[in-house]
Design a protein around this ligand. Structure first.
Ligand SMILES: Nc1nc2c(c(=O)[nH]1)N[C@H]1C(S)=C(S)[C@@H](COP(=O)(O)O)O[C@H]1N2
Ligand SMILES: [Mo]
Length: 372
């Protein structure tokens, strides 16, 4: 009698000084896995190695037909099945997706949530129908402000029961650069359940939270959307009471393919002295990556890495490489991406309560041992 959702759903919290990652964070980390960093070698992340992030449960979408409704401030509301969607001209785009909370667990103090280190990233080839094609068919009203995307998953978060919903401003939803997709395939195969089967949104250049999985509704509204994931979560705030700035596009980041071989427990890297080719990936959702610098001495000296051609994939990560000659002893390797708008990665930690859009330069400690 009188039970209430707040019995299971607490407020957002920042870890106390010295508080280690607890069982709730472990449970989230075991469900929501990252990209094993050695998989940065692949241009396109094989499914299963792409990171996964799901707030509630993965819906069971087998067996019964899926329906996508398009409604709200449109002249011709529609309900589409997946077969109708595949009858529209298809577009395939290579897109690097990163969770807005990537890097969160490295922050001090640590925002208590999905405890990502740096591995919440992946690149896939997504195939689907351009969102603007569907919206043009439906006829967006002149008074449209936001387009709301509703997933089939349902849960409670900080006491608020909800379907997972996010919105885009109508200009972004109708734009063709980036081309927002209602995607039904990942790397040429139907979406795996954890990546949104049968339909998801793909918003190139934006952090993961915008790419609504298990998409079942598209609703055009004439006021700004004020759903939980838009106005309560995914805001950059110092204090809980602030309105905060919305989290949108992906800040530049470079990561290294871990060199050498790892220690099982510590994951510390070991290399042998001599030539150690370094490589990695770099991306930015604001502008194309224009350069990557590498430091092998903990950030004192930086040198330019070589960038592979982008190959026309504006929204995908770019490979970089760098020739390093390792000498016996301990080293700290780092890489730092800059984009064509001059956005780059900070060397000291900026902080916000949600741990969002943090793109602090990665440090990779390496022990170099003698040849023999
Ligand atoms: N319906 C729904 N869509 C969602 C989410 C969710 O919990 N429910 N999580 C979002 C978040 S926070 C991220 S980072 C991406 C992760 O996509 P992936 O699991 O395919 O990598 O999905 C986004 N889309
Ligand atoms: Mo995310």
């Amino acid at each position: 009698m009188g039970h209430h959702l707040d019995e299971v759903s607490g407020p957002a919290r920042v870890a106390a000084p010295g508080e280690d990652i607890g069982r709730q964070e472990l449970a989230l980390a075991a469900r929501n896995h990252g990209l094993p960093l050695e998989a940065l070698r692949h241009d396109i992340t094989p499914p299963g190695l792409h990171y996964v992030m799901t707030h509630y449960d993965i819906p069971y979408a087998e067996g019964s037909p899926w329906r996508l409704s398009i409604g709200g401030r449109v002249r011709r509301p529609r309900v589409l099945g997946t077969a109708e969607l595949t009858s529209f001209p298809a577009v395939t785009q290579r897109v690097t997706m990163e969770c807005a909370g990537n890097g969160r667990a490295l922050l001090t103090p640590r925002p208590v949530s999905q405890p990502w280190l740096v591995e919440a990233v992946g690149t896939a080839e997504w195939t689907g129908v351009p969102l603007r094609t569907l919206l043009a068919e439906a006829g967006v009203g002149a008074d449209a402000v936001d387009v709301v995307f509703t997933g089939a998953d349902h849960g409670v978060e900080r006491g608020v029961e909800q379907d997972y919903q996010r919105s885009l401003p109508v200009a972004a939803a109708l734009g063709e650069d980036p081309e927002v997709l209602v995607a039904y395939a990942m790397n040429g195969a139907p979406l795996p359940p954890q990546h949104g089967f049968p339909l998801r949104l793909v918003v190139p250049g934006w952090y993961g939270m915008a790419h609504v999985k298990w998409l079942r509704g598209i609703t055009v509204i004439d006021i700004p959307f004020e759903g939980f994931q838009q106005v309560a979560a995914y805001r950059l705030r110092q204090d809980a009471g602030e309105v905060g700035e919305p989290v949108t596009r992906i800040a530049p980041r470079a990561l290294l393919v871990p060199p050498g071989f790892p220690d099982f427990m510590s994951r510390s890297r070991v290399v042998r002295e001599g030539a150690v080719p370094l490589e990695g990936r770099a991306w930015s959702g604001w502008a194309p990556v224009s350069g990557v610098e590498v430091s092998t001495d903990g950030g004192r000296e930086w040198r330019e890495a070589a960038l592979d051609p982008a190959g026309g994939h504006r929204w995908a990560w770019r490979r970089w490489h760098f020739a390093w000659t390792a000498t016996p002893g301990r080293h700290t390797l780092s890489a730092r991406a800059t984009d064509a708008e001059g956005n780059t990665q900070p060397l000291r930690q900026p902080w916000n309560r949600g741990g969002f859009a943090n793109n602090l330069v990665q440090d990779v400690p390496v022990l170099c041992v003698d040849q023999d």
